[in-house]
Design a binder for this molecule. Structure first.
Ligand SMILES: [Zn+2]
Length: 85
């Protein structure tokens, strides 16, 4: 099932305080806005910084779907410098 909606977190462009989270259609996703939002911490209207919520989670889930890259090594005299990150 394709993801059609994404959560966008609006944060204060000055102090980074999360202002609001909005759910938008992916097609309408706009990470840039000229609208200012009220920051309760700054007590002022601030330019917003927007980011997609859950982006890290999806990366994390993708990683978990990979097979484990570290099998048990029966020999202790294997060169240890071959680990790939
Ligand atoms: Zn602020």
């Amino acid at each position: 099932m394709p993801i059609t909606e994404v959560n966008i977190i609006s944060s204060c462009g000055k102090c980074g305080t999360e202002i609001e989270t909005v759910t938008v259609k992916k097609d309408n996703m706009m990470l840039f806005t000229k609208e200012h939002a009220w920051c309760s911490k700054c007590q002022a209207d601030r330019p917003q910084v927007r980011d997609v919520a859950g982006r890290k989670d999806s990366i994390e889930q993708e990683r978990k779907s990979y097979p484990k890259a570290v099998p048990a090594v029966p020999f202790s005299d294997q060169p240890s410098g071959s680990a790939k990150g």
